[in-house]
Design a protein around this ligand. Sequence first.
Ligand code: PRX
Length: 631
Amino acid sequence: MVVQASLEGEAYFPSDDVMEQAFVRDWEALARFADEDLEGFWAREASELEWYQPWERVLDDSQAPFFKWFVGAKVNIVQNALDRHMTTWRKNKLALIWVGEKGDVRTYSYFELYREVCQFANLLRAMGVQKGDRVTIYMPRIPEIVTAMLACARIGAIHSVVYGGFSVDALQGRVDDSHSRVVITADGGWMNGKLVELKKTVDDAIKRCPSVETVIVIQHTGQEVWIEPGRDYWYHELKQLRITNGACTPQEMDSEDPLYILYTSGTTGTPKAILHTHGGYMVGVYSTLKYVFELNDMDRWWCTADPGWVTGHSYLVYGPLLLGATTFMYEGAPTYPYPDRWWSLVEKYGISVFYTAPTAIRGLMRFGESWPKRRDLSSLRLLGSVGEPINPEAWRWYHSVIGGQRCPIMDTWWQTETGCFMITPTPVVPLKPGSASRPFFGQRAEILDEHGNPVPDGEEGYMVLTRPWPAMMRTIYQDDERFIQQYWSKYPGKYMTGDSAKRDTDGYFWVIGRVDDVIKVSGYRLGTAEIESALVSHPAVAEAAAIGLPHDIKGQAIHVYCILRADYTPSQELMEELRQHVGMHLGPIAKPEKITFMDALPKTRSGKIMRRLLKARAQGLADGDISTLEE
Ligand code: PRX
């Protein structure tokens, strides 16, 4: 790629090679078509997939913000992700290549994956799991997390995947809120050479979850775990029962029927379950992955995300399978046992399209160029970034050291709520390091001030999305009111992203960060409320406030301010104890970077903690408006 100067600021233009191979060369023309005929664009995308029954209407916006897509259609996303390929040569193409942290390898052709999913689905059906039932999946990054998700979707059960790095409280809250009847887990997983005791966490968490009837346990690490008679079953033993063999007819789903819920942190309160559907989500994920990463039959796609987060759902599990692509999945840490583990896998498996998070890039940059330079990364043709703004320095390193100056970087902005990429380039779009470029086909974004007026280009404001899209969240599971209040009430008719951003004079969007109580630690989304409630569950803590402050590698790090109860005095030991306490309850990613003991917390007269003020003071910035601060 060449750097040119016909756009404002630093810009990288696609090379002739990239242009020549591009799937859509005329970005502007397609963008114009989709903008002028939103429903026509999405109908065309949807018609590339299989439907049991076609839609009567592409979009029903009569009950906005409860938008409906492909109204009246019948479909099953798994039928499209697997069965659709059974009648083509892709039946024998590799669907999944998996490498464990210990070096073990497993591969699945589309047929093999299909068969595994049918078996798992038959098993769930035999256990009485029905359409609409919730199933919690709490697993390491192993192939069975994929088959478990697809098995649920195949029979119309709603999966709720909880990230395997979360701990007891986080799991308990999510299982309980979803009223899951079944939990699928594993004995354990490997991360950074250490054993992660997943089953033990499940045992602790579901003590307080009366809805759980059955726990299915995958054997992975081989460690000894407790098997509760009548409740817990080894998956490999169930498979021997032969009830699982044979085909499994997918459940015909209404396009708008729920596919999954996924808990994510938002403004105040407990995490909320974002609900996605079979029809619209399928089309959104399929189409965005197709246009942005242009996966073809020569590609090997590696999305490093964990299936426990939305990136894993959309672009590790569903998207690539819908496209019939070959996905690579690795269980462990990028630096285990050495900082070139990822690059050695790119080399060995010939990864051609690689999608990761800025925090990982920054973390690996720290070890220097010599690690990636020892590896042959020439198979790569396209790179991607997601989860937080990528700082230009990391972008340039990724571009030159990993991408050899030849791989465009697709910086994709989106959210758990959006289901698929919303602001993103495609390979032919000129790139500016740090900007996710422009909205995807058919989309529009605006930057607004407090009163809903557009701010001039170059100025910061609230980023909103103004047109519906098929993969948009339908609601917060069991909480329509909160859905409206949180996303659609600040600016009626516009979707509030919760991000602040700027648009430049070329129409490129520059996301700055969250404007609510969400902290992005290493790209992971955590809520201040969750961290604070873990802290006050410790006997020493009377009150706590958590904020995110800039961190060189993590993007943001958690800083906590605590007021201790009368009998406790601040000490280094207590600080460490509190950090461990949060780690044990929520998960290691939620451990605060720093804890400061205070006598009082700044609050508004109505008693709300002013985190904004704590944040400003910690960074030595001006206080801003403090007229509501109590005396
Ligand atoms: O703040 C934005 C940031 O991540 C948030 C969404 O987090 P989550 O729901 O966990 O989904 C992450 C993966 C899709 C957004 O509100 N974010 C995500 N991608 C980008 C980003 N910020 C800047 N640039 C991005 N490419």
